[in-house]
Design a protein around this ligand. Structure first.
Ligand code: CTP
Ligand code: MG
Length: 177
């Protein structure tokens, strides 16, 4: 049991790292003009001020860059190599999932920054999985086995709450979740 966890955990982290980096870089480097250009529908913002072009673009770039770096290190560390379309899908898909969640939150009348557990924690994972599945089904099914997916679904909310607390302390997030 412990042995299999020790094998699956690093494998899962390696595979999902570009999505993690995309999501946290959007928080670190985001801000500025909101994607929805402050447009409201029935009195409620489409996405809100928390989804910006800068976050989307810099987040995607950072996720892809980390993946390119991982490809460079793959031989040394024994990790899987990511084809370019896979990297783009993981990074952009993560942020697309986050944007979709904000769209749903606003329609439900949940204010920007208000918690919506566990969707705040898993939105970008779902976005990365679905986008990758759509663009690279075979690669997705080969590498994201059920045990890897379950591991990611368990560790992500824990890591996410931890990093968001750090983001809050360093003043990058308005709320600690
Ligand atoms: N961010 C950004 N652009 C993005 C995604 C995130 O600029 N595409 C930045 C914003 O500064 C945002 C922060 O990262 O406030 C945290 O993102 P998130 O927790 O997803 O958004 P919330 O502000 O909590 O808003 P929401 O209620 O819409 O989830
Ligand atoms: Mg979110």
């Amino acid at each position: 049991m412990l042995e299999s966890v020790l094998i699956i955990l690093p494998k899962a982290l390696w595979l999902i790292l570009p999505a993690y980096v995309a999501n946290s870089s959007a928080v670190l480097f985001g801000g500025g003009i909101p994607i929805d250009l402050r447009v409201k529908i029935r009195g409620k913002r489409i996405l809100g001020d928390g989804k910006t072009y800068r976050g989307l673009i810099l987040g995607t770039c950072c996720g892809v860059l980390v993946g390119i770096f991982q490809n460079q290190m793959a031989g040394l560390l024994g990790g899987v190599i990511f084809p370019p379309v896979v990297l783009l899908s993981l990074a952009f898909g993560a942020l697309f999932g986050d944007i979709t969640e904000s769209l749903i939150k606003r329609r439900l009348g949940i204010k920007q920054g208000a918690p919506f557990f566990p969707f705040d924690q898993l939105d970008f994972i779902a976005g990365a999985f679905i986008t990758l599945w759509l663009t690279s089904e075979e690669w997705f099914l080969t590498h994201f086995s059920l045990d890897v997916i379950i591991t990611i679904l368990i560790i992500t909310p824990v890591l996410h709450l931890l990093t968001n607390r750090i983001g809050y302390i360093i003043g990058k997030k308005d709320v600690p979740w």
